[in-house]
Every structure is written in structure tokens, then in C-alpha cells.
Design a protein around this ligand. Structure first.
Ligand SMILES: Nc1ncnc2c1ncn2[C@@H]1O[C@H](COP(=O)(O)OP(=O)(O)OP(=O)(O)O)[C@@H](O)[C@H]1O
Ligand SMILES: [Mg+2]
Length: 409
């Protein structure tokens, strides 16, 4: 079943975008709201567009994970968010919402089992003392596994829409390169060099004859102990047996990300650093021919802070708060008995509005200056408190889908 918007109901912005795509990748710099926006967009899609919608989250906050039914360390297993839980949050979804959480360790194990030439090699890798350490520390290990999982899940054909969250990388662009880097690594010089003496001694004969003749290996042998060096080499030799599978797979993941059915939603706040990174990221996506579908400006200030009417009220409260204070006093609220104090509070409120209004105008300027922005630009205001339950996700999701979706809105 393909997700289809309600006939007769006009859909545009993010909703229209998600109705025509199978994969949407939420990306952006650390802490800008990727996980929250991805979960909210998935829930909203299940509600309005129908079909089977999966959100693949990465390290969600505990409360959000449990709201999505992901507690209990089930890792990569996809679970359906129960209709009961949705109903309790006041939601009647047209489709099914599924959720999963990325488990990097499990992702690696599955990868090894899939690509190792035989079961014996797979077991040797999985049992190697270095294996866990290396895969856990591997630069961009998370990125690669996230993309890998996406490919795997998409291949099952079970979902009409997959919304994928991305890891908090130092640089949002990292995960785009992850498949290619992984392929490079496996075919790279470092691995060839590390394993050279062992390869010379034959694949299975891990102990080599010619080690003693090479000063580097001789020294490493003395410092690290021969067992250590042997472990490393054995590990990489086994790992290299998966090279072809890995490279082929990395290219397939890259192709999937480039297809028309995949789109990217860049999330950012309007603070200088994340915004700069979002701009760079959008530029890179376009340059590399990925589909840039939406820009989500999270935690923005509301438009009324920029309205002339609001400014007039604030001016009045700052310059002459007394009439407003007297009008309030006429309401005979007991707490407002002291007219001076009421006037001072109103004055402060007016000033505070003016301050917020300066920030809101600055935000609007930054928004207007954005280069390479896609057709769909969505504002999400800052909500009170964290977004940690289904009701919160519904609220965010509505904003995502109902924002006018225009470039300058
Ligand atoms: N519009 C918003 N209003 C209020 N709180 C928000 C909003 N957006 C995000 N948050 C809160 O900000 C925090 C960070 O959000 P989130 O975890 O979604 O960011 P992230 O980009 O996934 O972070 P990381 O890069 O660490 O994965 C969370 O506590 C979330 O509830
Ligand atoms: Mg996150």
C-alpha cells in the first residue's frame, strides 16, 4: 500500500513531500532536534497519509524511547507502536507506526554474518578480542551502520515510508561519506600494510616467517607482544575476506540515497553555528546530487513577535504603563492592589517583548539570507518542556505538516 493523502484535502509542504517519497533522512548538527523531528514526522505521516511508516531512531532520550515502545533493549528489532498508546494520546492513525532503535553492535554482527565467506570465518571474527573494540571505536561506525540498516529495512519492502534519524556526528556530512569510506578502508593501504607479512605466510598461517626480517614488525612484536600483533593481523585478514560484499553493499547504499524516492530533511536552529553547518550541508547535498527536500528551522520564535501591532503594545507598556495598570486594577484582582508594582511589571513585560522581538527579527533576516534553501522550509517553535511523549510528538508533527511550507513564510 502506498501512502496517499486524503483525496479532497489539499496537501503541500512537508506532507506533500513525504507522500511522494519512500525514505526521508533527517540530518543536521548535534542537538538541533533531529530525533524529535523524525519521530514527529513519522507519527504524523502514519496519521494522515496512512500506510506502514517506520521511524529508525538513533539514541533517543529514554522517555521518548519508551513512548515509542522501544524500552527493553530490543535494539534493531522494529516494533509497532500499539494503537492503544496512540488512542490514549488522542490519535486515530490511518496507517501503522513502527519504530526501531539503531544498535551499532548488533548491526555489525549482522553485517559480519551476512558477508563472511563461511560460518567459521564469521565466528572467528565475532569472537576476536579486537572485534568489539574496533567496531565500537571505528570512526563513523554509527553512520555506516545507520545507512546499512536503512538499506536492509528498505529491502524488506514492508514499509511505505521510512523516516531515518542520523547520529550526532561532528560534521553532518560525515554519514554521506560513510559507505564510501568504509569501502576505502577495506581496500585501503593501511589494512594491506598491517596484514602484509601474514598474507605472505598464507591466509591461514597467521604466524609468519618473515616478520623477524622487518624492523617495524620486529619492534612491534617486542613492544606489543607477538600475540597482539597476530590478533590484529588475523582479525583484519578475516575481515578482508568480506571486502567484496562490503564494497558492493556500500555502493548499493549510496545508490539508494541518491534515488528519487529518497529525500533529505535538514534540521537546524537559527543559531549561528548549526545554521552555518546546515547551509554547508545543503550545498553539499545539492553538489553531490542528493535530493534536498526540506529545511526545518527548529525552536524558532513565533511570528507575532515581529508584528507591528505587538510592537505598538510593547511601546505603550514601556513608555506609559499606568493606563494599562489602572485598567487591570479595575478588574479588582486582589494580587494587583499595588498600582506601582503592576505598572513596573507591565513595563518589564513590554521591554522583554522588545528584546524578543529583536531576536525574532534577526532570525527572520537569517532565514531570508539562506542560500540553497529547498522549496519546503518549515518553522517549528520552541515548545515548553522537552518532546518526550506521543502527545508532544503530535503537537510537533502538526506544526511540521501545517506550516505553510513556503520559502519565506
Ligand atoms: N521545538 C522544540 N521545543 C522544545 N524542545 C525541543 C524542541 N526540539 C527539540 N527539543 C528538545 O531538545 C533536545 C534535543 O532534541 P533531539 O534529541 O531531538 O536532538 P538531536 O538533534 O536528535 O540531538 P543529537 O544530535 O544529540 O542526536 C531534546 O530534549 C528535545 O526534547
Ligand atoms: Mg538524536
Amino acid at each position: 500500500m502506498n501512502p496517499r493523502p486524503d483525496p479532497g484535502r489539499r496537501a503541500d509542504g512537508l506532507e506533500a513531500l513525504l507522500a511522494t517519497k519512500e525514505i526521508v533522512v533527517f540530518c543536521g548538527s548535534g542537538g538541533v532536534g533531529k530525533t524529535s523531528m523524525a519521530a514527529a514526522a513519522a507519527l504524523q505521516s502514519a496519521c494522515r497519509l496512512g500506510g506502514n511508516v517506520l521511524v529508525l531512531t538513533i539514541d533517543p532520550a529514554k522517555r521518548l524511547a519508551s513512548a515509542l515502545g522501544l524500552e527493553g533493549g530490543l535494539g534493531n528489532v522494529e516494533r509497532r507502536v500499539p494503537d492503544d498508546a496512540l488512542k490514549r494520546a488522542g490519535i486515530e492513525p490511518r496507517g501503522e507506526l513502527w519504530a526501531a532503535m539503531l544498535d551499532t553492535k548488533q548491526g555489525w554482527d549482522e553485517l559480519v554474518l551476512r558477508h563472511a565467506p563461511d560460518e567459521e570465518t564469521a565466528m572467528r571474527i565475532l569472537e576476536n578480542r579486537l572485534y568489539h573494540n574496533i567496531t565500537a571505536r571505528f570512526v563513523q561506525s554509527h553512520d555506516y551502520i545507520a545507512m546499512e540498516r536503512l538499506y536492509e529495512v528498505h529491502g524488506t519492502g514492508k514499509y511505505d515510508l521510512i523516516v531515518i534519524d542520523t547520529p550526532p556526528t561532528r560534521n553532518a556530512i560525515d554519514f554521506l561519506d560513510a559507505p564510501a569510506r568504509m569501502a576505502d578502508f577495506f581496500g585501503g593501504r593501511l589494512l594491506r600494510w598491517l596484514t602484509m607479512p601474514y598474507r605472505m605466510g598464507g591466509r591461514r598461517g597467521a604466524r609468519m616467517i618473515n616478520v623477524a626480517s622487518k624492523p617495524f614488525y620486529q619492534m612491534a612484536d617486542r613492544i606489543l607482544g607477538s600475540q597482539f600483533l597476530q590478533d590484529i593481523a588475523e582479525f583484519f585478514l578475516n575481515f578482508q575476506s568480506m571486502y567484496d560484499g562490503f564494497v558492493e553493499r556500500a555502493h548499493a547504499v549510496e545508490r539508494l540515497l541518491r534515488e528519487r524516492r529518497t529525500t533529505f530533511a535538514v534540521v537546524t536552529t537559527l543559531e549561528a553555528a548549526p545554521l552555518r553547518e546546515a547551509e554547508f550541508f545543503m550545498e553539499q547535498l545539492l553538489a553531490r546530487k542528493y535530493h534536498l527536500g526540506a529545511l526545518i528551522l527548529n525552536q524558532t520564535l513565533p511570528a507575532y513577535l515581529r508584528s507591528p501591532e505587538g510592537a505598538r503594545v510593547a511601546d505603550l507598556l514601556v513608555t506609559d504603563p499606568d493606563p494599562a495598570a489602572r485598567a487591570l486594577m479595575d478588574l479588582a484582582v486582589p494580587a494587583l492592589e499595588a498600582p506601582d508594582r503592576t505598572a513596573r511589571v507591565l513595563h518589564t513585560v513590554g521591554e522583554s517583548f522588545r528584546n524578543f522581538s529583536v531576536v525574532a527579527k534577526r532570525e527572520a533576516e537569517l532565514r531570508g539570507e539562506l542560500a540553497d534553501a529547498p522549496d519546503v522550509v518549515v518553522d517549528v517553535p520552541r515548545f515548553e518542556g522537552d518532546i518526550h511523549d506521543l502527545a508532544g510528538l503530535v503537537e510537533v508533527g502538526r506544526t511540521l505538516f501545517e506550516s505553510d511550507g513556503s520559502r519565506r513564510g
